[in-house]
Write a protein that binds this ligand. Structure first.
Ligand code: DGP
Length: 118
């Protein structure tokens, strides 16, 4: 069973086939700087295996998804986000998901303001 999509840009970054500004990598998860940052720190945390979105998460993925949070906390600490940070997971069209490889945005480095949009 294959765990990557050869056409997926995030799979290519995870596998080292595309340059990514990687800040963390282990056997389950990779974190790299977003190409189009909207905050002083804007990192994407992705599972190494290809899951298109939260809609593709299975119960067996729960340890992996939980690990994404532990990595988010570690990366936030490493990058000095002691005043806080925001984690966002866009899912599907209405949320503006553009890349269909599950990813958590880690945003920080400035006051982000209220989030819930109309
Ligand atoms: P989303 O809307 O949640 O699917 O956000 C996708 C993010 O991925 C967006 O903030 C820009 C980022 N992105 C797209 N292509 C690349 C790429 O090739 N490299 C990196 N580092 N980030 C990318």
């Amino acid at each position: 069973m294959t765990h990557h999509d050869p056409e997926c840009i995030f799979c290519k970054i995870v596998r080292g086939d595309l340059p990514g500004n990687i800040v963390y990598h282990d056997e389950q998860v990779t974190a790299f700087h977003d190409i189009n940052p909207i905050a002083p720190v804007h990192v994407l945390i992705v599972p190494n295996k290809h899951i298109p979105s939260v809609d593709g998460v299975e119960p067996a993925d729960e340890p992996l998804v939980g690990h994404m949070f532990t990595v988010a906390r570690q990366v936030a600490q490493t990058l000095g986000l002691s005043r806080g940070y925001r984690l966002i997971v866009n899912t599907g069209d209405h949320a503006g998901q553009v890349v269909f490889h599950l990813h958590m945005h880690l945003l920080g480095g400035r006051a982000l303001g209220p989030m819930l949009a109309r």
